[in-house]
Ligand binder design. Structure first.
Ligand SMILES: C=CC1=C(C)c2cc3[nH]c(cc4nc(cc5[nH]c(cc1n2)c(C)c5CCC(=O)O)C(CCC(=O)O)=C4C)c(C)c3C=C
Ligand SMILES: [Fe+2]
Length: 434
């Protein structure tokens, strides 16, 4: 079958077929139906684990949560600037269609970059033409301000879209933690979109095109680019390193541990608002890391701060990365893992069994004008209830974590991430706005 003629909607060429490169492999987008057409690229559904391949958009949960973490991220938080429920729902429908197309390596719309004529702005901005799908996932979340206008905004306290009664109790702005130095311009937001891909240009293209069609309905409040995923979310992945050089994600929840995922990530229909069943909550924290002081710190101190060896990632007192974390074990100088070491204070053992799914990314946004790198960790946690999981964990860390000498939380946001999009006709927010 000709790669670029299979079920292709009018001018609905894929990004790769436009350049005649599609022969390398073809996937017919059967599950997605005619609205989506074909997905063309190197990967098939069966080898979707390949770096260049596709991740299914449809399902009971949104992609981009337990999906094996891709290497790059573009995260954006929007303010909704209209009071019209109709316009907002219409945008969510348009976004859903664009997201399902882009996840398959197609242009954002059937007309794409060149099909809407010389005298109109192109429908797709074009910078992903010829690029692989790169395992793009696009995940949406709704902030507290969508339900009741956020403090300090023109809509403060208002139920603009008639959904105040549908706000989940778990969706509350984060409390102020000790040592927080939050910048309002890098915090909160009515809607977020997390785009992850193995090619940064693919992730940026996705966010840019969604923002472009949102003109008049949403406005970008803040955004963050990330690289070098700082957590493994699957046992198939090697543990990556954060900008302090330590393996990060060793004791993360892994997608394969379905019991932990069900207990700590997915919202149950009986938890609160039925429309959130199968969804999750996303907590984002922009955490600046004081790179220069850290780089002048001894290896011994660095390892004491985390409670793990820098090279192997093993818990102090153990040999291998995945050896159990033994919080009681002692050497000649006392406890191997300091009373205030990061892994001790963050451990499930010290927090009544609480776990979270970490899915953060490193960031470097140039320097701060004072000769220091503006770099750190864009921390993302997915949880079933942020009030019962993230808040107690961060409360404990903010008080005593040895790491606090080297980090500062400068941005914060929380979003309700609805369940996945089902068959044709379904769209982001369909449950919420039903
Ligand atoms: C509130 C939750 C957490 C914040 C904020 C946080 C910041 C943060 N973490 C690192 C580096 C590492 N964290 C590690 C483990 C770890 N961290 C958290 C939670 C938060 N971290 C948890 C729940 C855990 C697991 C603890 C356990 O049970 O062992 C590790 C060790 C390796 C690992 O297991 O992932 C590192 C390294 C940084 C640099 C940072 C802020 C900038
Ligand atoms: Fe941590």
């Amino acid at each position: 079958m000709e790669a670029d003629t299979v079920e292709a909607p009018r001018r609905g060429f894929s990004r790769r077929s436009l350049f005649g490169l599609a022969g390398a492999g073809v996937v017919v987008g059967a599950a997605a139906g005619g609205a989506v057409g074909t997905a063309v690229g190197r990967a098939t559904a069966a080898d979707g684990g390949g770096m260049a391949g596709t991740v299914p958009f449809h399902g009971s949960h949104q992609a981009g949560i337990v999906t094996a973490a891709q290497d790059r991220m573009h995260f954006v938080a929007f303010d909704v600037i209209t009071d019209s429920r109709e316009k907002l729902v219409s945008l969510l429908k348009t976004w859903t269609s664009m997201a399902e197309r882009m996840s398959q390596g197609l242009q954002a719309t059937p007309d794409g970059a060149t099909g809407s004529g010389e005298y109109s702005p192109p429908d797709d901005t074009g910078e992903a033409l010829g690029l692989d799908p790169s395992q793009l996932t696009i995940t949406i979340g709704f902030g507290p301000g969508l339900f009741v206008g956020a403090p300090g905004t023109p809509a403060e306290g208002e139920d603009r879209f008639g959904i105040a009664a549908r706000k989940p109790a778990a969706l509350e702005q984060m409390p102020r933690f000790m040592l927080d130095a939050l910048d309002p311009a890098r915090s909160e937001g009515d809607i977020c979109v997390q785009a992850c891909a193995n090619d940064p240009q693919v992730a940026v293209h996705a966010v840019r095109n969604l923002a472009r069609v949102g003109f008049g309905v949403v406005a970008v409040r803040w955004s963050q680019l990330g690289f070098g995923r700082t957590s493994s979310t699957s046992t198939t992945q090697e543990t990556p390193r954060n900008l302090f050089g330590f393996k990060d994600g060793t004791r993360n929840i892994k997608a394969e541990d379905s019991a932990a995922v069900d207990d700590y990530v997915w919202v149950d229909g009986a938890d609160d608002q039925p429309w959130m069943a199968g969804g999750s909550y996303l907590v984002a924290r922009r955490i600046r890391m004081q790179i220069e002081p850290w780089d002048r710190t001894t290896l011994h101190e660095q390892e004491r701060v985390f409670g793990r060896e820098k090279g192997s990632g093993a818990p102090l007192g153990q040999d291998d990365e995945f050896d159990p974390l033994d919080l009681q074990s002692k050497g000649p100088k006392g406890l191997f893992i300091d009373e205030d070491a990061h892994v001790r204070l963050a451990s499930a053992e010290k927090n009544g069994g609480i776990q979270i799914l970490r899915r953060g990314y490193n960031f470097t946004d140039g320097s701060d004008g004072l000769g220091h790198l503006d770099a750190g960790l864009f921390f993302i946690a997915y949880c079933r209830d942020p009030q019962k999981q993230f808040v107690p964990l961060q409360t404990a860390l903010s008080r005593n974590d040895l790491l606090n000498e080297y980090i500062t939380h400068v941005g914060s946001a929380v979003f309700a991430v609805p369940p996945g999009v089902g068959g044709s006709g379904d769209h982001w927010g369909s449950g919420l706005f039903a």
